[in-house]
Write a protein that binds this ligand. Structure first.
Ligand SMILES: [Zn+2]
Ligand SMILES: [Zn+2]
Length: 262
């Protein structure tokens, strides 16, 4: 069954479990191995179903569990060439890790995974577009200052999307972050705001996306309520009715057992 389980999501740790019929992958492996294992256990996920870890970029919140987890379960790691180089340089992977640069697409059993570009202050960050055997499609696009053309295409072609809704701009501006960090988050290589996320959702809905997972919410500069209200208000203004026309949730900081079937 095509399913997304948002295991962790925040500036402190990110990981998504995405399954097809027979196989599954993880997109990112934040937190630490023990927390990741616990999260998988809480969701009754058999680690044997996981065939690989796909990494979006080398920032700690996306790969701090990677070294131990990939080694323990003997999993290949896929990422862009630039991200792999950064992971090796930062010793964020084991020296014997099975690393594969994803050029365009990878086929793993009944899943087909493509990378899409993101705009972020990392070596060569990316998002992922995943197709399952029964022709179900989802995208994971987070950590991006804006949506690149190919990320937007992937999102539009999906049934379900995990999309960044990082911050409320006013909360960020008036919040505790130092000026330099505020500037970084707001820059074209920073993070997608609630409004930037919300304004693309009607276009996605029109293209056939019916499952939205708002993700990578800042714990300092956002709340699940504000992120949801911002997106739902924009969709409402286009006449779309929540639960009738689409479902929407915020990815929890740590799993709460919710998943999205697509
Ligand atoms: Zn991040
Ligand atoms: Zn990042």
């Amino acid at each position: 069954m095509a399913k997304i389980v948002p295991l962790f999501s925040s500036s402190r740790g990110n990981s998504y479990y995405i399954s097809g019929n027979n196989e599954a992958i993880l997109v990112d492996a934040g937190k630490n191995c023990k927390q990741l294992e616990l999260s998988l256990l809480q969701n009754e996920i058999d680690t044997k179903t996981i065939k690989a870890v796909f990494v979006t970029h080398e920032h700690t919140d996306h790969c701090s569990a990677l070294k131990v987890f990939a080694k323990r379960y003997d999993l290949p790691i896929y990422a862009t060439r630039g991200t792999l180089d950064a992971l090796v340089k930062g010793e964020k992977v084991d020296k014997n890790a099975k690393l594969f640069a994803i050029e365009n697409e990878v086929v793993l059993g009944d899943m087909r995974i493509k990378r899409v570009s993101t705009s972020h202050d990392a070596s060569e960050s990316c998002g992922y577009y995943i197709e399952t055997a029964d022709n179900r499609k989802c995208s994971v696009v987070t950590d991006t200052g804006f949506l690149t053309a190919d990320a937007l295409t992937a999102l539009k072609n999906s049934n379900a999307v995990v999309i960044e809704s990082n911050h409320d701009v006013e909360m960020l501006k008036n919040g505790p972050y130092p000026f330099i960090l505020k500037k970084r988050v707001l820059s074209p290589t920073g993070h997608l705001s609630n409004v930037d996320c919300a304004k693309v959702l009607p276009l996605l809905l029109e293209s056939g996306v019916t499952r939205f997972v708002l993700s990578h919410l800042s714990q300092e500069n956002n709340t699940p309520r504000i992120a949801l209200d911002t997106s739902v208000a924009v969709l409402n203004s286009f006449g779309a009715v929540r639960e009738n026309d689409y479902t929407i949730m915020t990815a929890p900081v740590e799993t709460n057992g919710k998943s999205v079937i697509f």
